[in-house]
Design a protein around this ligand. Structure first.
Ligand SMILES: Nc1ncnc2c1ncn2[C@@H]1O[C@H](COP(=O)(O)OP(=O)(O)OP(=O)(O)O)[C@@H](O)[C@H]1O
Length: 264
C-alpha cells in the first residue's frame, strides 16, 4: 500500500514572470511543495530556478498566476528561511551574531535568542565556534553558519539556492548528509535548487526538472528510496537508475529549450 500523500504547504499555479527588460523567466509554472519533503529543482542555467524561489519567498512578484499557501495566508515571507549559494556572512560579526541576525531584525534580543542560536549551531556542529569570525572558518563551515542562520527562526519552508555548488566535492557530500540528517530530525520542508543530477537524486524525495525559455516544469521524478541514505546509496543500482532517468529528463529539457529558441 502506498503511504498517504503529504499535505501541500504551498502551490504555484500557472506562474509567469517577465522582467522589465523583457526577459520571460517563467511561464505557466505549476509546482506543489509538500510538507516534510526535499524537493529539488533541477535545470540548466537560466531556466528560472532562482526566480521561482524568490517568488515563493516573497522576494519577487509573479507577473501572472498565483502562489497559494495551504493555510490561506498571503504573506509568508516570515515563515521562510533562505540559504544562498554564497554564505553571505557579515565579516565583522562573530558566528553567534551572524546567526542571530534574522531574529535581531525581528527585534529579538541577544539574551532571548541565546538558546535557539546555540541549538542551531550545535545542530550544524559549530557550537565551539560561536565566538569565531567568518574569516577563521573554512568554506564548508561558513555554509553551515548560513544554514544555522536560516534555521534559527524555525521556518516552515527552507529554500536553498545552489547552497553547496561552490564547495569541493567531499565537503559537498558531507553537507548533503548533514542536510538530510537535520531534515529527518526536524521534519523540514526543503526546496533545493541544483544543477547536479547526482546531488538531486541523492537528497531528494522528488525532483522537478525545469526547461528554459521560458522556464517551466518539464518532468517530475519521485525518488522512492529509503531513508536514512548514506554513502552506500550512491553505489546501489536504484541510485544509478534514478541518475540515468534524471539525466535523460535534463537532456530532453535542454533539447526542448533549444527547439523553442530555434522556433521549431
Ligand atoms: N532581475 C532580473 N532582471 C532581468 N532579467 C533577469 C533578472 N533575474 C533573472 N533574470 C533572467 O531570467 C532568467 C532566469 O534567471 P534565474 O536566475 O531565475 O535562472 P536560474 O535557473 O536560477 O539560473 P542559474 O542556474 O544560472 O542560477 C535568465 O535569463 C536571467 O537572465
Amino acid at each position: 500500500m502506498n503511504p498517504p500523500a503529504r499535505p501541500t504547504v504551498v502551490s504555484l499555479r500557472d506562474v509567469g514572470k517577465t522582467f522589465s527588460s523583457g526577459t520571460t523567466a517563467l511561464q505557466h509554472l505549476d509546482l506543489d511543495i509538500r510538507q516534510g519533503e526535499i524537493l529539488s529543482l533541477l535545470g540548466p542555467s537560466g531556466c528560472g530556478k532562482s526566480t521561482a524561489l524568490r517568488i515563493i519567498a516573497g522576494l519577487g512578484e509573479a507577473s501572472s498566476g498565483s502562489v497559494v499557501w495551504a493555510d490561506g495566508g498571503a504573506d509568508h515571507s516570515r515563515d521562510v528561511g533562505f540559504v544562498f549559494q554564497e554564505p553571505t556572512l557579515m565579516p565583522w560579526a562573530s558566528v553567534f551574531d551572524n546567526v542571530w541576525l534574522p531574529a535581531r531584525l525581528k527585534g529579538v534580543s541577544r539574551k532571548v535568542v541565546r538558546d535557539p542560536v546555540m541549538q542551531a549551531l550545535e545542530s550544524v556542529g559549530l557550537a565551539a565556534f560561536a565566538d569565531a569570525y567568518p574569516r577563521e572558518l573554512s568554506g564548508g563551515m561558513r555554509m553551515r553558519v548560513s544554514i544555522a542562520r536560516a534555521m534559527v527562526t524555525r521556518p516552515r519552508l527552507l529554500l536553498m539556492d545552489e547552497p553547496f555548488a561552490a564547495l569541493d566535492e567531499i565537503t559537498r557530500q558531507k553537507l548533503n548528509d548533514d542536510l538530510m540528517r537535520l531534515q529527518g530530525e526536524l521534519g523540514w520542508t526543503v526546496v533545493f535548487v541544483t544543477h547536479s543530477v547526482f546531488e538531486s537524486v541523492y537528497i531528494s524525495d522528488r525532483i522537478v526538472v525545469m526547461a528554459a525559455r521560458p522556464g517551466r516544469a518539464f518532468a517530475e521524478l519521485t525518488i522512492d528510496a529509503e531513508r536514512p541514505r548514506g554513502a552506500a546509496f550512491r553505489t546501489t543500482p536504484i541510485y544509478v537508475d534514478y541518475c540515468r532517468q534524471a539525466s535523460a529528463a535534463l537532456t530532453s529539457a535542454i533539447g526542448k529549450a533549444a527547439e523553442t529558441v530555434d522556433g521549431h
